[in-house]
Ligand binder design. Structure first.
Ligand code: PMP
Length: 426
């Protein structure tokens, strides 16, 4: 059944529909739901897939004979670096395996750039009058809060279906040396699910920048997190950068947070030889080595990169139905009303929902009152400021399927109610 766009309804029809949808909303509140779609966390059934880790490692040494219980090996176990290298499409020699959080590695890189500068910096970034970062929006809230915390200003560019808007980025970086870097989630971006094409990646790696030490933090958190049988390969950031004469521009990050245990996985970084040596030198003042017991556990659990890929298909079997439920709830109620657009991602952890301009905060408030917790409106923008107040990030992986269905049916009611209220006011 095709529905009439709400904006085409007469004042009377609008008022009648508002009455009906208010009744739907009251019925929703009556149900006393307590559901949470706020954070991209794995469900407990996903965590169970990796319970085998709890009985590992069975050995005490890696292939090179290193006793993993002892100190040392700052760059991580070689066999694990090889697995990350295969998954990320980089040389094993470029990889460092660290602790449990890639976000922490990004923070280390930024603080080192601020305090010491990179290998090609004229001076530490903190000695510049202003430091700015280009932020594709909507984007990952923790990237933005980290920059704000470190005093780095944010300038936004649109995130398109094939990656950041290259022309907008070029315009910001070409003449302003205070623009020192940018953040990209290249594959199945948080929250839009966009995949950065090789063409876009090549332009970003090759573009002229006024800052000689421009950095692209290439946060490939969802590199292998496919939701369909089409397992898209990420663009080769390091190769493209090196080919265009800017080998130090990108630093690649990833982790097993959404592969094994979100809180007890392994994070990795990959970079040019110069960047890698620079990172390890800084790290050497902060650590005598990573948790190699956990590294060995992961090596034994997976065997190789194909072991990871097979494991990711088991994740997909568990979470793809939840993404289908989001799509069915939204299109079931909202298709044709012309008040919302949403992504149908082929990977990653999120659905990006854009509602009628000016109504996102109202939708989140209505949902909250009905017992459905959503990520605060605007959180995918620097300082939580969505200039159009229309963006909502949905994270369907953590609740069980029946809860996703119930929550999303409720969200669809809230989206329609907020739109009707707004249209009835105009
Ligand atoms: N980057 C992105 C884009 C993410 O969505 C997340 C998790 N929500 C992270 C990084 C966090 O990674 P980690 O657990 O390795 O710190």
């Amino acid at each position: 059944t095709s529905q009439t766009p709400l904006s085409a309804l007469s004042a009377d029809d609008l008022a009648a529909r508002l009455t009906t949808v208010r009744a739907d909303y009251d019925a929703l509140k009556e149900r006393g739901l307590k559901l949470d779609l706020t954070r991209g966390k794995p469900g407990s059934d996903q965590l169970d897939l990796s319970n085998g880790l709890l009985d590992l490692p069975s050995g005490l040494k890696d292939a090179a004979g290193t006793d993993v219980r002892n100190y040392g090996g700052l760059d991580g176990l070689a066999e694990l670096r090889a697995i990350f290298a295969d998954l990320l499409g980089v040389d094993a020699a470029a990889v460092v395996c660290g602790g449990n959080s890639s976000l922490t590695m990004m923070h280390q890189v930024l603080t080192a750039l601020l305090l010491k500068g990179g290998p090609d910096s004229p001076r530490p970034w903190s000695q510049e009058p202003v430091v700015k970062f280009v932020c594709p929006v909507p984007g990952y809230d923790r990237h933005f809060t980290m920059l704000a915390e470190l005093g780095i200003e944010m300038v936004t560019v649109p995130m398109n279906a094939d990656g950041p808007d290259v022309e907008a980025v070029r315009a910001l970086v070409a003449d302003d040396p205070s623009v020192k870097g940018m953040w990209i989630v290249p594959t199945y971006a948080n929250p839009t699910g966009a995949v950065c094409s090789t063409e876009v990646a090549a332009e970003l790696m090759a573009m002229p920048t006024a800052a000689p030490d421009f950095r692209i933090l290439w946060d490939n958190a969802y590199a292998v997190h496919h939701l369909t049988g089409e397992e898209i390969k990420s663009a080769d950031a390091l190769g493209l950068a090196s080919a265009s004469g800017h080998p130090n521009r990108p630093i690649v990050f990833a982790s097993t947070s959404k592969i094994t245990f979100a809180g007890a996985g392994v994070a990795a970084l990959a970079a040019s030889p110069e960047n890698r040596a620079w990172y390890l030198e800084r790290l050497g003042f902060a650590s005598i080595g990573p948790d190699k017991v956990n590294h060995l556990r992961h090596i034994e659990f997976f065997g190789d990169a194909d072991g990871v890929r097979a494991h990711m298909r088991r994740h997909r079997d568990l979470i793809a139905p939840k993404f289908d439920a989001v799509e069915e709830a939204l299109s079931g109620r909202l298709s044709g009303l012309d008040i919302a657009e949403w992504t149908v991602p082929s990977g990653g952890y999120f659905v990006n929902l854009d509602v009628l301009d000016g109504t996102a905060s109202r939708v989140v408030a209505l949902a909250k009152e009905a017992g459905i917790a959503l990520t605060p409106a605007g959180s995918a923008f620097p300082h939580g400021d969505d200039p159009r107040d229309r963006n909502i990030r949905l994270a369907p992986t953590f609740p069980v399927l029946a809860e996703v269905e119930a929550a999303m049916a409720g969200v669809a009611v809230c989206v329609e109610l907020a739109a009707l209220e707004s249209l009835a006011r105009d």
